[in-house]
Ligand binder design. Structure first.
Ligand SMILES: [Fe+2]
Length: 211
């Protein structure tokens, strides 16, 4: 049983109890998705990536393999040292310089990883995976809005404790942490996802009240 599996029941139960909603778990539909889930497992926010995939498939059951691979790996550059840094106390959450550097670095890392996997990979459009990863912070046409929405929903669901830790560790004030949650909800363009984000945002903001 993996660390992700260990967290699964308690995390989803907590969100469902508090918000009345939660995307069901969506098991890997292909071998390469299972390989991706195994690859990301050591990452401290692997649960966020796995849940982003669940939210994507919940929003769009017909999501392409490329979109599912993009969303389950979209932040993975943070598993490797020397990536771009963001000043959480003074920076803007929509800072395009940081967000683009982060997203494009993830796309590059995933490109190396995907090309190193054994077996025929011709059925996967690598440039489409990389396009969607690079757009995950911004959204866009051709499914990018859905990838961005899935990231936002999963952020609000799974990273409440991380945002709290920023305040506790002095990385930013409680106002900035709350602003991050609001930004992640407000940037969503997919109408159904905006609706789903409302109770998650309320829960995320409430999680900061006792700080
Ligand atoms: Fe993310």
């Amino acid at each position: 049983m993996t660390a992700i599996d260990d967290n699964e029941d308690t995390e989803i139960a907590r969100v469902t109890t508090c918000t009345g909603i939660a995307a069901p778990r969506m098991p890997a539909a292909t071998e390469i998705e299972q390989q991706a889930l195994t690859w990301i497992e050591p990452y401290s926010q692997a649960w966020h990536l796995a849940r982003a995939r669940d939210w994507l498939v919940h929003l769009d059951p017909g999501a392409s393999l490329e979109a599912r691979l993009a969303v389950v790996t979209h932040d993975i550059e943070r598993m490797f040292p020397n990536g771009p840094k963001q000043n959480k106390a003074t920076g803007r959450w929509d800072d395009p310089h940081y967000l683009y550097a982060h997203a494009s670095r993830s796309a590059e890392v995933v490109g190396f990883w995907l090309q190193s996997q054994p077996g025929p990979r011709e059925e996967i459009d690598l440039s489409e995976v990389q396009r969607l990863i690079t757009l995950h912070e911004f959204g866009g046409v051709g499914g990018a809005d859905l990838v961005q929405a899935a990231d936002s929903l999963s952020f609000l669901e799974t990273l409440q404790d991380v945002a709290k830790s920023w305040v506790i560790n002095g990385e930013c004030g409680v106002e900035q942490a709350g602003a991050k949650h609001r930004y992640m909800a407000e940037r969503i363009r997919v109408p159904e996802a905006r609706r789903l984000a409302e109770p998650l945002l309320a829960q995320a903001l409430a999680s900061l009240e006792d700080l």
